[in-house]
Design a protein around this ligand. Sequence first.
Ligand code: HEM
Length: 76
Amino acid sequence: MATLRDPAGLSLLLRKLGRMHSGLGVEERHFDDLRGALFWTLKTSLGTAFTPSLDRAWASLYEIMSREMIAALRAP
Ligand code: HEM
């Protein structure tokens, strides 16, 4: 199983996930919508526990995941 401690394995998994999403009709622009929904959910659910450092950590993770998946959408 790919983990954050295995960036190469995680990249392969995310590229595969990106190709799978391409088959579902997911487009690049949808990743912004999902980011909005995800962060709204985190803020609403966690309240003050959603600290600035947690916010930055999630933003960084989402950026990495969506970048890999979008790369696969562009060149499946
Ligand atoms: C970083 C971004 C994303 C991640 C990590 C992610 C992850 C996943 C995973 C793990 C699955 C299940 C795969 C499986 O069944 O084997 C899935 C399914 C799915 N995802 Fe995503 N996804 C992302 C972005 C998106 C976006 C932007 C959309 C469209 C708005 C989307 C729509 C879907 C749909 C429609 C399914 C199938 C659900 C079902 O069959 O019940 N995903 N996603």
